[in-house]
Design a binder for this molecule. Structure first.
Ligand SMILES: [Zn+2]
Ligand SMILES: [Zn+2]
Length: 144
């Protein structure tokens, strides 16, 4: 199921739109938004929420899940002579391999989930990210 997750421009609540759903107002504050998720088989070339063309791909993987796995593995160390840690490391690697990529917008952080990978979209780049967060000036250039 393809979907777009984005922040309401007015109240910044996280909203989700599934492909095929018509545009509707914000579920929380009622602000009118015209964001619709592109069709399931669409190739994402620009942000569906703000139209920005600079996007990046990242693993749709919750780091907290990985850390929780390791914690569980650590608990069982006394009974498994450390083998449980090896098991979660392997499991962590498998999970990492099977999770799909999501496409994220540098400008508004909208997440496009469930779409075919677009080879034209590069992985996350810190310099590009900083340019969006800080603008053209380097960090620290505008002292308050
Ligand atoms: Zn809202
Ligand atoms: Zn965007």
């Amino acid at each position: 199921m393809a979907s777009v997750h984005y922040l309401c421009p007015q109240c910044e609540a996280r909203l989700a739109r599934v492909a095929g759903e018509p545009a509707r107002a914000c579920d929380f504050c009622g602000a009118q938004t015209n964001v619709v998720a592109p069709a399931e088989d669409a190739v994402i070339g620009q942000c569906a929420a703000c139209g920005h063309a600079e996007l990046y791909v990242q693993k749709d993987f919750n780091r907290t899940t990985g850390i929780a796995l390791v914690a569980v593995g650590a608990v069982f160390v006394p009974w498994t002579w450390g083998l449980s840690l090896l098991a979660v490391t392997v499991l962590d690697y498998i999970v990492w391999r099977v999770v799909k990529d999501v496409i994220v917008c540098y400008e508004c952080q909208a997440v496009h989930r469930g779409y075919a990978p677009n080879p034209a979209i590069p992985p996350f780049d810190l310099a590009t990210h900083d340019r969006h967060v800080y603008g053209a000036a380097p960090p620290g250039a505008e002292e308050k």
